[in-house]
Design a protein around this ligand. Sequence first.
Ligand code: NDP
Length: 257
Amino acid sequence: MTPLPRFDLAGEAALVTGASSGIGRHLARLLAAAGARVALAARRLDRLTEAARDIEAEGGRAVAIALDVTRADSIAAAVTAAEEAIGPLSLLVNNAGVSVAKPVLEHSEADWDHVLDTNLKGAWLAAQHFARHLVAQQRPGRIVNIASVLGLRTIAHVPAYCAAKAGLIHLTRVLAMEFARHRILVNALAPGYLETDLNREFLQSDAGRRLAARIPLRRVAQLDDLDGAMLLLASPAGAYITGAVIPVDGGHGVAPI
Ligand code: NDP
């Protein structure tokens, strides 16, 4: 028995939101390396184009697509453009996300809306459109939502972010339940801290360094720490997994901190 071919993504086509930097850019590269054709989507087309070019230079197939996940019309246009370029989509990675770091008492209504609209409503709109599209054509598919350890536990000063990620985790379960009959699997990754544009300033601060020291594995994550769980959820190896939330957090979620 050779189990590794079950992780092969040859023949798959993936749309990755928030692929212009950080985790999304890395995951798009990972999926391409596993054989998928990938559409990299976000608002900054110049950065997407550069990322897609890097993937193609490594022998993958990639295309850059402009997308604002807070707008349903933009999602619909991105799916159409992605399919024109790389063929029928089989995988959606809901990764686009933003964060606002301020104490609860200083959070404005606009801060709340910005974070919830991107991290929760954006994922909802994209998942709903993707599923409607697949169901209409009776095609199976997969959705992987990038949640966070902060959807499972608390930390000060990111209330909207924690609420959005907790919402995304429960939405994952609800969508998994409704979409199973359509052969669309829905799962979530809940990464722990990982240094990207989203949190570089915090992780390089004294408070950030203290936090990293309290993670059971004593370090923040590297991008490639996400690879095993992502490939499992994206590939035939995970064919019987739906509604799961997989923490990739060095034990942060079970630590008494
Ligand atoms: P980055 O800031 O590096 O990336 C965020 C991405 O989201 C960018 O590509 C950005 O692209 C995109 N984005 C933001 N708003 C929109 C929008 N309205 N429409 C489309 N794309 C958008 O952060 P990370 O890579 O760290 O974050 C990626 C995901 O991982 C997020 O969901 C985050 O919450 C999650 N996460 C991150 C962790 C970490 O420690 N870094 C830990 C746990 C989860 P553009 O500006 O070009 O639109």
